[in-house]
Ligand binder design. Structure first.
Ligand code: BLA
Length: 509
């Protein structure tokens, strides 16, 4: 009922996935009011409490749960209010039916949400795998090895058919950067997926709620009772562990041939860096115990990752500082600015990977390596001048931003531009040649979605067949690192400028 009339690729981001009003079938949900009376429950209460939903809604929960269990739920709720997360209670009993369950509890502002899942018979709670995983990944020499180790180990431990590390790229698309899978499956490693595969509201939710289990895409969902009209009254299931996922996403998984999935957020410096994504080709619900371990593991993994990334940045900034010092100690104190900078080309060349450097100051041009003819250079500078001032500008494809620019003619595809002075038009430019680049998409990203047979409903793409995109007018992409180096070079140049002006003033006096 709360499902919006129409969802398409442009409003995919607005599908209120936390208000869809259904849960998955592998558990049961109760929403309690502050007086511990049941306000809402899932349709399948009979199975868990021996009572139909209309006989539980409106009643006191103490009729079905004993004192001890209620006590645990109450203290779980208190911890949950502090941590802002679901609190898990292991091996509890429902008094009314003597069913052994794991319980998850949290408060959503209005209700206390209590969720129940049956305890599987033969689970091995003594197998603490986080510790053994940690010793493995501290040994990894670099981040690539770290990702591979993590994927391999997680697959061994969780026994999902496929475990992937999925990384978000700067444009919102994502790539499978590590994979462990059963041999009979095709590899997804290296494949790219468009941003719309995981819309914005889902990503926002995954920042708050770290772990999602989809137990069986073919199982029915259970609506929440009593049914409400419209989204305004729908119960907020953001933190519900049983929340039924978007039907569009269910269809997506079906199209992929996947039956069950698990995904865990990897958060680095407060941002959703990526996901650990697991697929299974038959129904699968990991135990509460495994989920708890996985969450903990994902957190330690994210910490290790951010400390490795910080270490890399530190090494890089040390290198940049050295070049900065070299420039500052060898810089001439007099002469024209353009000559001063030309004399530093060798040092600059060390700093940023390039195929040519050009400096433009008050209409004068000096260069090393490949450069552009003057009229083309003027057109490029015109584009640069139209950008916000006093900032470095990087372009991966000049053909995309400069009218009539011909990459092949000039053999230059992109540039990193550093403004040299406050006055526009003076720049230090690093050029890069074109590089043929192929992106392997899992299906044509332009056809990420299609309309249903009647045109009224959106369907995710039906094919994940390899779709190659080839660019010949892009350079080797400028990275965040290049941006950082460019930015610190901009500061160095400001210092050079300042010194130059001071020298000139001293001479003039
Ligand atoms: C959610 N999409 C997701 C999730 C993943 C992906 C991992 C999180 C839920 C989960 O754990 O399964 C995408 N899954 C992938 C990708 C790979 C993978 C890229 O295994 C690569 C190997 N999806 C579409 C379109 C829409 C869409 C067109 O393709 C919208 C119009 C929506 N995806 C969509 C929505 C969710 C989602 C709404 C949230 C599901 C939910 O949490 O309710």
């Amino acid at each position: 009922p709360a499902y919006p009339e129409k969802v398409d690729l442009s409003n995919c981001d607005r599908e209120p996935i936390h208000l869809l009003g259904n849960i998955q079938s592998h558990g049961c949900l109760l929403a309690l009011r502050s007086d511990w009376f049941v306000a809402y429950c899932s349709q399948n209460t009979e199975q868990y409490f021996g009572t139909a939903p209309d006989k539980i809604a409106g009643e006191a929960i103490k009729n079905w749960l004993d004192k001890d269990t209620l006590h645990h739920i109450r203290s779980g709720l208190q911890s949950s209010m502090i941590t802002g997360r679901n609190e898990r209670l292991f091996n509890q009993f429902i008094d009314a039916t003597k069913l052994e369950v794991d319980i998850s509890v949290h408060h959503n502002g209005e209700f206390t949400i209590v969720e129940f899942e049956p305890v599987e018979e033969n689970r091995d709670t003594t197998d603490h795998f986080v510790r053994s995983l940690l010793s493995q990944f501290y040994r990894a020499a670099d981040t690539e090895e770290l990702f591979e180790t993590v994927a391999e180990q997680l697959r061994l431990i969780t026994s999902y058919d496929r475990v992937m590390i999925y990384k978000f790229l700067s444009d919102g698309s994502g790539a499978v950067i590590a994979e462990a899978k059963s041999q009979k499956l095709d590899a997804f490693l290296g494949l790219r997926y468009p941003a719309s595969d995981i819309p914005k509201q889902a990503r926002t939710l995954y920042l708050k709620n770290l772990l999602r289990v989809i137990g069986d895409v073919n199982a029915p969902v259970y609506p929440i009772f009593p049914t409400v009209r419209g989204q305004d009254d729908a119960i907020d299931l953001s933190f519900s562990t049983l929340r039924a996922v978007s039907p569009i996403h269910i269809e997506y998984l079906k199209n992929m041939g996947v039956v069950a999935s698990l995904s865990v957020s990897i958060i680095v410096n407060g941002k959703l860096w990526g996901l650990i994504a697991c697929h299974h080709y038959s129904p699968k619900v990991p135990s509460y115990f495994q989920r708890t371990e996985l969450e903990l593991f994902a957190e330690v993994f994210a910490l290790e990752l951010s400390s490795r990334l910080a270490r890399d940045r530190e090494t890089e900034s040390l290198r940049v500082r050295k070049v900065h010092n070299k420039i500052m100690s060898t810089i001439a104190s007099d002469g024209a600015l353009i000559d001063i900078l030309t004399n530093q080309f060798r040092a600059l060349n060390e700093l940023i990977e390039n195929d040519g450097i050009t400096v433009i100051i008050e209409g004068q041009v000096s260069s090393t390596g490949i450069t552009l003819p003057e009229d083309e250079l003027r057109r490029v500078v015109r584009y640069l001048n139209s950008q916000p001032p006093s900032q470095i500008i990087w372009v991966n494809s000049l053909a995309e931003v400069v009218p009539q620019y011909e990459t092949a003619v000039h053999n230059i595809a992109g540039l990193l531009a550093i403004p040299v002075s406050k006055t526009p038009r003076d720049y230090l430019l690093f050029f890069r040649q074109p590089q043929t680049k192929t992106i392997n998409w899992a299906g044509n990203p332009q056809k990420a979605a299609s309309m249903g047979p009647n045109g009224s409903r959106l369907l995710p793409r039906g094919s994940f067949k390899l779709w190659q995109e080839t660019h010949s007018d892009h350079c080797h992409e400028w990275t965040e690192q290049d941006e950082m180096v460019g930015e610190s070079l901009r500061v160095t140049l400001l210092e050079v400028m300042l010194r130059h002006v001071q020298e000139r003033d001293t001479i003039l006096q």
